[in-house]
Design a binder for this molecule. Structure first.
Ligand code: SF4
Length: 282
């Protein structure tokens, strides 16, 4: 399969030059190279990122704000043979969807979660999210954000995620390889993708200068945490920004521990007695 076959006829309404185009390209190339299109379902939330639902020619579900993961989890349990990929924004995942994020890191269902992290609510014109840097000013925080941002990499590691990585939207070849690794991982794979919004939070010059690719033993949790803390998602001073896989470990996937999922329940043909069902509701 060629990546072009994963395009749709929808007109893309992201701003010209938006880094979401790069994520779309990396994902289409990753799916084409892995040859998993037939079996893949994507789920998106609400935000600029979510339009990816319209632009990828795959089975998909357009979710509501913050609820990408419960939907993806339900799809996976409904048919454990599917390759389920969630796309969320930083506001979507780390604000409204925070509890789902933490618990999905714990559950370790065989899902992949890509977060388009532009550190701003871009679709609603630039309000602060939980990953906006301290001091970030916008119409809703004219004096600047007072709190430190959440570090989603540290959070995912501490919550027990088995595969934790950071990508950079402007580096498509590297992001594509990370996506392939995440999709192939058996368990909950999380990739925080730095996706600068060129309208409301353009940090491309800083990232271009400070990003580097990690190379360490990714089974070493302590080193993964140290690497995760190298950058605090702020821009007040030069800090190195590591990208790549922080941590990868083998853990039994959620669905593998449920005996009822070992039998292919999604394939059992259920006969519904409608008359009984109606009687019950009457
Ligand atoms: Fe991309 Fe920002 Fe435009 Fe949204 S507002 S489409 S994130 S550049």
């Amino acid at each position: 399969m060629k990546p072009e076959e994963l395009k749709t006829k929808e007109v893309i309404t992201w701003c010209p030059g938006c880094s979401n185009f790069k994520i779309l390209q990396a994902f289409q190339e990753a799916v084409a190279e892995l040859g998993v299109a037939k079996n893949t379902v994507i789920v998106s939330g609400i935000g600029c990122h979510a339009k990816i639902y319209d632009y990828v020619n795959l089975k998909s579900f357009y979710g509501i704000h913050g609820r990408v993961l419960p939907i993806a989890f339900g799809v996976k349990l409904g048919d454990p043979t599917l390759n389920v990929v969630g796309f969320g924004g930083d506001g979507d995942t780390y604000a409204e969807g925070m509890e789902h994020f933490v618990h999905n890191c714990r559950y370790n269902a065989d899902l992949t979660m890509f977060v388009h992290n532009n550190q701003v609510f871009s679709l609603t014109t630039g309000q602060a999210t939980p990953t906006s840097e301290k001091g970030f000013k916008d119409g809703s925080t004219p004096l600047g954000v007072a709190e430190k941002p959440i570090n989603p990499i540290v959070l995912a590691l501490e919550a027990g995620a088995g595969f934790v990585a950071r990508g950079y939207a402007m580096d498509v070849p590297h992001l594509k390889e990370l996506m392939k690794k995440a999709i192939n991982y058996r368990g909950f794979a999380f990739v925080d993708i730095l996706q600068p919004c060129i309208i409301y939070h353009n940090v491309i010059p800083y990232l271009q200068k400070n990003i580097y690719k990690m190379s360490h033993d990714t089974s070493d949790f302590k080193t993964a945490l140290e690497k995760a803390r190298e950058w605090d998602y702020c821009y007040d001073k030069d800090q190195k920004v590591p990208t790549g896989v922080f941590y990868e470990s083998e853990r039994p996937a959620f669905e593998s521990q449920w005996p009822q999922l070992k039998n292919p329940w999604h394939k059992i043909k259920r006969e519904i007695n409608w008359q009984n069902a109606i009687k019950e509701f009457n």
